[in-house]
Design a binder for this molecule. Sequence first.
Ligand code: NAD
Length: 425
Amino acid sequence: MKAKKICILGLGYIGLPTASIFATNGFEVVGVEVNQNVVDTINKGGIHIQEPGLHTLVQAAVKSGCLRATLEIESADVFIIAVPTPITENKQADLTFVRDAGHMIASVLQKDNLVILESTSPPGTCDGFLKPILEEAGLKAGIDFSLAHSPERVIPGSTVRELIQNNRVIGGINRNSAQLASQLYKVFVEGEIKLTDCTTAEMSKLMENTYRDVNIALANELAVICEKEGISAWEVIELSNLHPRVNIHQPGPGVGGHCIAVDPWFIIERYSDAAKMIELGRKHNDSMPGYVVQRLKLILENIPAPKIAVLGVSYKGNIDDVRLTPALPIIQNLKEAGIDVTIYDPHVRDFEYELFGLKDALNGVDCILLLTDHDEFKFMAPQELGKLVRNRIVFDTKNALDRELWQKAGFTVYRLGEGDPKENN
Ligand SMILES: NC(=O)c1ccc[n+]([C@@H]2O[C@H](COP(=O)([O-])OP(=O)(O)OC[C@H]3O[C@@H](n4cnc5c(N)ncnc54)[C@H](O)[C@@H]3O)[C@@H](O)[C@H]2O)c1
């Protein structure tokens, strides 16, 4: 690969690690951002998001002189777009960030450049949406410049490792575009790289997350059924998964984040008459926060003016990301019902509601509601925590706590996906 200078637009959870890895592999990398604070933080070798191994990587990249951040787009050999692709309130793809990034690139695009869209996008985005914007530069895609889609499939918490080790799908506007992008990623990717067209790459990325969403919906449905039956969904899943071709997912209080809770909507929006099961699964997962609140109210029905401590508000364990977290509608719903809620999360720094230290959050509460399976929660000492609370009740929506330990400390332990605990619990 002859490319020497790479411009990466968007220095978030995907763009920043990608930029740093290219920089530590000797490329001149310019990170383009719209957020001045992000630019300043990165240029000092700091990070504005939490991700294991990222700080060291960014420090090394900036120190080597190969990575710098800026607000202004510059001409380069390669442009990588890693901007957000959220959904609107009406569950439609919001491509304004991709559009803006496309216009920025078009303003400096030159012959023989390579443009790669990494952002997860609805089918047809590269070909039908981004290509015409880039061609406003007066250059023809596939002839004057190359265009490819290289969707990212890392898991937050292991982004740096997975960027390198995961297999990658690259779709090109033509074969040459896909091959050029593949040569670029081969610099650090250890996984297999499969080449295809842009729309197939877009759809395969969306289906990966849709597969997971629909399967989580199935697990959530099982949780509700098992509660009614008075048995444990967790045990059912463990036993069913002994079958060599069965992989039932884990239930939970809802699905959040920038990916699984969003990507299926890109398919539903475009194929609403065909994507029936996908839509049902998505809506079922979106109904889980309401279900958790309903169950919690039943658990606490005999306690006047109950106080609740929520443990964990990020959408997933051991990360700081609260985008579309199910914790938010749960807390909103509880507060609207006049219930006093305190919140503790050892990873999250910014949230819609005030965050407390662990002891302050638990002080005088009637119930601990666990919504995220951070490792910290698995190692808590319930004997000590029991001294802080008013009533020893815990509702574990992630099956994260050692039930026996908590019971020994005098807690009544409720779990999502299980009937109410027996009297001698
Ligand atoms: N976070 C993940 O784990 C993950 C995994 C797979 C795929 N993705 C996809 O990757 C894309 C990026 O996600 P993310 O989590 O990194 O988002 P992010 O919000 O963490 O980062 C995006 C950054 O882009 C910046 N930005 C917005 N418009 C810009 C512009 N025109 N020019 C330059 N910068 C701009 C924002 O300020 C922000 O810092 C999304 O499409 C997402 O669906 C994310």
